[in-house]
Design a protein. Structure first.
Length: 376
């Protein structure tokens, strides 16, 4: 257990400090004292275990495409989505977590990252500071494009395990990206005393990316449950997504570049997505392209995270998208109760490229996203 491991190191330190006065530390009569040789043997064992972990392939930084923010000679950026499991302030202050998060962004040349399952309102500020003024050695040593990072965090979207949940966005302003506005879908059902339409309210962003502007809807839909006991509620939330698009069209007439992304807790081939398909939305992550990850199932077995592009947004799609599966382990992250070398999340980040030199509609996005509500 990671906690017990720390306790053991503390005991070793105590032994070193008191060595000048006595040869061992004996808290009670039944404890076998540690000799200097015991301490050195324990230290060597710990160092050997850490060295073994570092040598393992899964802890090496991956070799990735050297994307230069162009595709076929035209300017392009990568938009990404990542459910980072229970990303609290405590978790992000783990150097291993922060290192992986920052290096995943930088190595994969992600220009916009929308994050679900944020546990505290100050998390993205910590990440942003590390990206702009790094202190972690590997983040400091990164040689590629660093960018100039900004962020925004939503109000509370709903609840997750033992915590409120937020959504948020990180974006690289050096790529001529501006966040026009962001906010949550209005909870009109709460005002009317009706059943929740969404357990966690969708997060809306309007963005200007060079000449291309778009609306991003971030979702974290209701989990189906271990035995599918909540599957009907998950399906209901999926079926309500077109109503969110209708509300957006009502606020921004003529805006056709819409991207719905996040954790849908359902595979894309489910017939519950048929209303989206009937509106010609296209999912970029296909059936069999798994987006979950675990120590036991490193290749995954579920396609819960996705991006759905509207017909016009799909015209800006470069044809390149991906799932980041490598480089998500770190020796400083607990794997379970008794070992280290765990994962930053049980979800992989997903990304897609869009061309940015052209916008195909004349809609005005300056009106803001406040008070956008479902029309029915």
């Amino acid at each position: 257990m990671p906690g017990k491991s720390r306790k053991r190191r503390s005991r070793t330190t105590t032994s070193k400090k008191t060595k000048r006065k006595r040869t061992s530390v004996s808290p009670d009569k039944n404890t076998i004292p540690l000799t200097k040789e015991d301490v050195e043997e324990l230290r060597s064992t710990v160092l050997e275990e850490l060295e073994t972990l570092f040598r393992q392939q899964k802890f090496r930084r991956p070799v990735v495409e050297n994307f230069q923010f162009k595709r076929d000679g035209k300017a392009a950026v990568r938009i990404a989505s990542w459910n980072i499991e229970r990303l609290s302030t405590e978790k992000v202050r783990n150097p291993g977590v922060l290192e992986i998060l920052c290096l995943t962004i930088l190595e994969n040349c992600l220009s916009i990252l929308v994050i679900q399952e944020i546990g505290d309102a100050d998390v993205l500020e910590i990440v942003c500071k590390e990206l702009n003024n790094p202190h972690i050695p590997l983040v400091k040593k990164f040689k590629g494009h660093r960018g100039s990072w900004r962020f925004s965090t939503s109000d509370v979207t709903g609840r997750m395990f033992r915590s409120s949940e937020y959504n948020g966005v990180l974006y690289d302003a050096s790529q001529n990206i501006a966040l026009i506005d962001d906010g949550l879908l209005l909870r009109t059902w709460k005002m009317r005393g009706k059943k929740k339409k969404f357990v966690r309210v969708p997060y809306l962003c309007t963005l200007k990316i060079d000449k291309f502007d778009c609306i991003i809807i971030s979702t974290h839909l209701k989990a189906t449950g271990l035995r599918n006991e909540h599957i009907d509620q998950t399906k209901d939330e999926i079926m309500r997504l077109p109503l969110v698009m209708d509300a957006i069209h009502d606020r921004f007439p003529g805006e056709k570049d819409i991207i719905v992304l996040g954790d849908f807790n359902m595979g894309p081939n489910s017939k519950d997505f048929d209303p989206l398909r009937e509106d010609s939305y296209v999912n970029l992550i296909k059936k069999g392209q798994y987006t979950n990850i675990s120590v036991r199932r490193p290749r995954g077995n579920k396609t819960y995270d996705n991006m759905w592009f509207s017909p016009q947004a799909y015209k800006a799609y470069t044809g390149h998208s991906g799932i980041v599966r490598a480089g998500l382990y770190h020796v400083m992250i607990p794997a379970n109760e008794w070992s280290w070398g765990g994962l930053i999340s049980d979800h992989c980040p997903i990304w897609a490229e869009v061309f940015t030199a052209k916008d195909r509609d004349k809609a005005d996005l300056s009106g803001g996203v406040d008070n956008i509500a479902l029309l029915t």
